[in-house]
Structure formats: C-alpha cells, structure tokens
Design a protein around this ligand. Structure first.
Ligand code: M6R
Length: 610
C-alpha cells in the first residue's frame, strides 16, 4: 500500500506530483508528503491526513523544483504522524519515498545507529534512506548506491530516491510492489500505478522485480537484478484521464455501483459468440489446460475471496469438478497438498495484493497443472505471472469498497465455469442456455439499480444500529458475506454473515429488535428452507429486511420488510443481481452516518503488504 509519484521535468513538478497523489489516494490516505530539489536544496512538505491537507500546506508555504518525489501513506510501521510521513531524508543529503515493508529493518537500524545515523521516525523506510546515503558517502553515485543498498534489504519495496549530490536524476527500485515509468516529451515520471500519470502521458514501462531505473528529463535506463541494462516493453494505456473522475456522482462507490451494467456487458463482450464461449479468450494455452483439469483450487482475499466462494458453485455444480476456495493469507503458509490435474485460480481486482501474489508464486512451484488469473488490471503482476487469464473489464475502481470488480469477477468466473464444464460433459444446449442467461445479467442489474429509492428508505433503519446480520443459503450465502463486508467496511457497523441454516446453532442468541437481519431470498431449491430460518428470526423479535424473488412467496408482515427483486432471475444470475441492492444499502447507511464512503478509516484499496 502507499502510493508513490516522482517526476523529472524542465518545469515545476509539484502540480504533477500533487495530482498524481490525488489519483493514488486509493492506495493509502493517512498522511502525504512531497520533496523537491530547488537548486541543490531539498525542500519538503508533509501533512497528516489526505492530499488536500498537503495541497493546503503547499499553498501556505509554496515550493517548486524540476525534480521531485511524493507519497501518500497507509501506515505499517509507526503511526500516521507528520514525522512518520514520507519523504524521509537522510542527513539532508537525499530523500526517499517507499511503498512496502522492509522485514529486516530492525537489524539494519541497529547497524546504522552504530555508524552514527539518527532516526527521526518509527518507519522502516528511514533505514533505506540512511543505507543509500551511507553508500553515497563511500563514493558511489546515486544509481550505484541504490543498487548496493537494496542488496541489504529483505521484504518488499517500490522506492524512489532523490539526491542533492546529483540534481539531474531520480533512481527507482522494485521488489514485490508495483512501479511504472511514464514517458513524456522532455520529461519523465515514476508512479505506483498508471492512474497517477494519465494526465501527463499514456506511454508506460513496467518495472519487474529486481529492476532499478535511473530517470532524467531526457530518458530512462533500466537495469535488472544483476545490474545489466534491460529493455522493458513500452505499452500504450487505453485508459482516459477522466475514467478516474467522479463525474456527476457524489462518491466513486456510487458511480461504480451504477457502472455495473456497462462493466458486465464489457466483460462479456467478445468472449462469446452464438451463445457459446470462445475459449481462446483465456489465452493460447487455455484449451490444452482445460482438457486436463480434474479439480480447481481458488485463492483470493476479501471481496475477491467471496467471488471465489460463488465460483465454487459454478464449478462444482456447473462443471462437476471438485473446487476448494480459501483466503490467500492462510493458503500461502499451510503447505497445501496438490492433487494431479489441479488448476490454481487467483482472483484479484488489483492483481497486486501481496497475499494473493505470494500464493500464486507458491502455487507455481507446487505442481499444479497450471495457474489462472481473474483480474482487472492487465499490467499487474498477477496477470503477467499466470499461465492463463481472463480480464474483468470493470475499468478503474477507485472506491475502497469493491463493487463493480466483484460482479465482473462473478461473470468472468461463470465464463470460466462454462469453459471447464464444456470439457467435462456439458451439452451445447446447456452451454447456450447459460451464456444466454449471462448475457441478460446487465439488464437485470439495471432493474435492480432502480430499487435505490426504496433502499434509501431502508437504510434509515440501520443507521443507528451497532450490529447487523446477513443471511443467505447456497450461492447467495457468499453474497450475504459480501453484503456484510460492505456494510462494516464503509459504515463501521459490525456486520456478520451466516448461512441461514446455521443460525440456530448459535447466532440466533444475538437476535433482538436492535439487530437488523438482512436476507437474500432468490427463488431457488433452498427457498422453503430459508423461509423457515427467517421465521426463526421473526419468532425471536428480530427485524427482517428481505430482498426476495417475486415468486418466493415471501410477503411483508409485522417485523418483516420485503423488497421485490426483478422477475425471472435464474440461479446462475442470482449472485450477481442480489449483490447490487446490498451494495446500495451499505452505501446509503454510510451516507446517513456521515462516514468517508470512498476512503473508509484504516483501509486502503490496494493491499500490497502482507
Ligand atoms: O485487489 P484485490 O481484489 O486482490 O483486493 C482484495 C481485497 O483487499 C479487497 O477485495 C477488499 O476486501 C475490498 N476492498 C473490500 O471491499
């Protein structure tokens, strides 16, 4: 987490850096800072809080320069205070910004203290600043100093260093955290993500792990782990700068919820023809892999993990293949047993989540048949390192709470399920029926979005509560889990999801008038059982809020509010469509409570640390 931006130009780079930070705030927003070289002096401004605070500080005390680095932080070592905010400076010689975690910082700190270096922060980053400084004091130029210093580091980093001794260049390094170089006309840039630089350029080079880049106004040189010059491909981004603007919406989250019909249609577009899936869309190796798959292992975090739990139904019931799903932070340390013919699937919006990436790397060494990624960022490490992939086409998701990324993951996973099923005996007729159902999802989601005015009213019943329960059964149980995650994440109301049949085994004890219970009730094989579970809640004085299929036979009554979902939602479509009102509910609850919807406390969009 944390976002870094840097620029070298023949004009003042401060506006470029501040705009870049604003676009990277999704990566962390507890403090921000900027440092520029003015003549041979390092000038720095840092503030606790969001980039607007830093902006104000720069207005109050202007600074300018043609070479600069900047950072927006999500604290890992040391509280979000001004003295822990980046850039960090070593002995007034050089300044550094860093994203990641230096695992051996404690021992390095002792070694540096013994050499006389003074530490002004609790961060692991300051260690790197002093290490590089120490190397320059031994006579190395900035590039050589960074190359030497990173050999001492264990952990993950994306960093950029600027030195008073060399006023023409910046040096960046990458290990485990993303770094992109932006190529301009007579100026160049570095950032954590292309989004930071879209106002300046569309031409990018992505550093690989172990790379070090030296950047001036006139060019960029990249070196690999062994210090050999390397060429990294130049890609042209198709994203537009205003794809990351809020437009007419009050929040990114709301915009992204309403973008879902388009995002879902885009994710399906060109992937099917004649109501049949085009297997080539998974990549040239896909068909040979699919023929050999005997089981599937899905690994992800957070919302993406919930998408995996839905996919388990698509893969086990649809394709008849055993499927296991688990969170990446557990998987990577549990020495999983890998059976013959197992396909490993990693799901991630960002493709940079540290636990998911580590799980993928572990899987690549563990004897799986192949690795596959479902991801929203084409240039991400996850995509580059997987054997096959299917991109979700959600477009940039800025709100920390994942919305359109989740539903597009579901549609991509449904396509993958159909592709696997085809190799496991699914008939053409059923394949066509499934694809037709998927193609109709954007329309159903449009209809579900029309429930917003009623949902806004329901939200009033939640806004003063401290807890909420979410219930679902079968493939909509993970949807309930996702609904609970959304509510807790942005409204800070404690919310838990249960498989409705599990309620009587304990959680029913919590139910009273102060604990609203949300249920998702599609008209499927389990609906009668769900209705019994709902009666158990009502009998204990619980207040139910049910999103129900019109044919589910669930009518509003005392203690039971019912909102009717669109007609004719098939089981394959239900997880996708029922997710939408839960997103809107949490959004409107958060709005009433006045929380920071897009940037909830303590969180960040992209979790690139373990
Ligand atoms: O980028 P990823 O999909 O790998 O992110 C995984 C989680 O951090 C993420 O889904 C998180 O749970 C969401 N922000 C929740 O809304």
């Amino acid at each position: 987490m944390c976002g870094i931006v840097a620029a070298a130009a023949q004009r003042d780079v401060v506006p470029i850096l501040v705009e870049g930070l604003r676009r990277l705030e999704y990566r962390g927003y507890d403090s921000a800072g900027v440092a520029v070289l003015t003549g041979d002096e390092i000038q720095r401004r840092r503030r606790v809080g969001k980039v607007t605070e830093l902006d104000q500080a720069i207005l109050d005390q202007p600074l300018q320069g043609g070479l600069g680095i900047a950072h927006t932080r999500w604290a890992t070592h040391g509280e979000p205070t001004e003295h822990n905010a980046h850039p960090h400076i070593s002995e007034d010689n050089l300044a550094i910004v860093h994203n990641g975690i230096i695992e051996n910082h404690a021992e390095l700190k002792e070694m540096l203290k013994a050499k006389g270096y003074r530490f002004e922060s609790e961060t692991d980053t300051e260690v790197v600043a002093h290490l590089v400084n120490d190397q320059t004091k031994q006579g190395k130029d900035l590039l050589a100093a960074v190359q030497a210093a990173i050999h001492e580091l264990q952990g993950a980093y994306a960093l950029v260093v600027m030195s008073k001794a060399d006023t023409s260049r910046l040096v960046a390094a990458r290990m485990g955290c993303p770094v992109v170089v932006g190529l301009g006309e007579g100026e160049n840039y570095i950032a954590s993500d292309v989004q930071a630089l879209l106002t300046e350029t569309r031409r990018f080079q992505f550093l690989e792990d172990g790379d070090v880049a030296e950047m001036t106004v006139s060019g960029v040189r990249i070196f690999d782990t062994d210090g050999n010059p390397v060429e990294r491909k130049i890609s042209e981004s198709s994203l537009s700068a205003d794809a990351v603007e809020k437009g007419e919406y009050a929040h990114y989250m709301l915009k992204e919820i309403f973008e879902q019909p388009r995002a879902l249609a885009d994710t399906l577009s060109e992937r099917v023809a004649g109501n049949r899936i085009l297997e080539a869309v998974f990549g040239p190796k896909a068909q040979a892999i699919f023929e050999k798959v005997k089981r599937v292992h899905i690994v992800a975090c957070g919302t993406s993990y919930h998408a995996g739990l839905v996919a388990q139904y698509y893969i086990e019931q649809g394709a008849g293949l055993p499927c296991r799903v688990e969170v990446a932070s557990e998987y990577r340390y549990r020495n999983p047993v890998v059976s013959e013919g197992a396909l490993f699937i990693a799901i991630s919006q960002s493709g940079e989540t540290a636990d998911t990436l580590a799980a993928l790397r572990y899987a690549k060494e563990s004897g799986y048949l192949a690795t596959a990624a479902i991801c929203n960022v084409p240039e991400s490490s996850l995509v580059r390192e997987s054997d096959i992939c299917l991109m979700t086409r959600a477009g940039p998701e800025i709100g920390v709470a994942s919305t359109k990324a989740f539903t597009t993951q579901l549609v991509a996973l449904a396509l993958l399920g159909v592709a696997l099923a085809r190799h496991n005996g699914m008939t053409d007729r059923i394949e066509r029926a499934y694809i037709r159902q998927l193609l109709h999802v954007p329309v159903l989601v449009e209809h579900a979005l029309k429930l917003e005015p009623q949902i806004r009213e329901w939200a009033k019943h939640f806004a003063d509560k401290r807890h909420a329960l979410f219930l679902g059964r079968g493939p909509t149980y993970p949807v309930a889990m996702e609904g609970a995650l959304k509510l807790k994440e942005i409204s800070y109301i404690h919310a838990e999801a249960y498989a409705a049949g599990e309620l009587k085994h304990g959680p029913l004890a919590l139910v009273d008038a102060e604990m609203p219970v949300v249920a998702v009730a599609p008209n499927n094989a389990l609906v009668e059982k769900l209705k019994s579970n709902l009666e158990e809640v009502r009998a204990r004085g619980g207040r139910l809020f049910i999103f129900a299929d019109p044919d589910a036979g669930i009518e509003p009554s005392e203690g039971m509010e019912v909102m009717t979902m669109p007609d004719h939602i098939e089981p394959l479509q239900a997880p996708l469509v029922y997710t939408v009102p839960l997103q809107l509910l949490s959004y409107h609850v958060a709005l009433i409570r006045g929380t920071d919807v897009d940037q909830p406390r303590n969180l960040a969009k992209s979790v690139t640390v373990e």
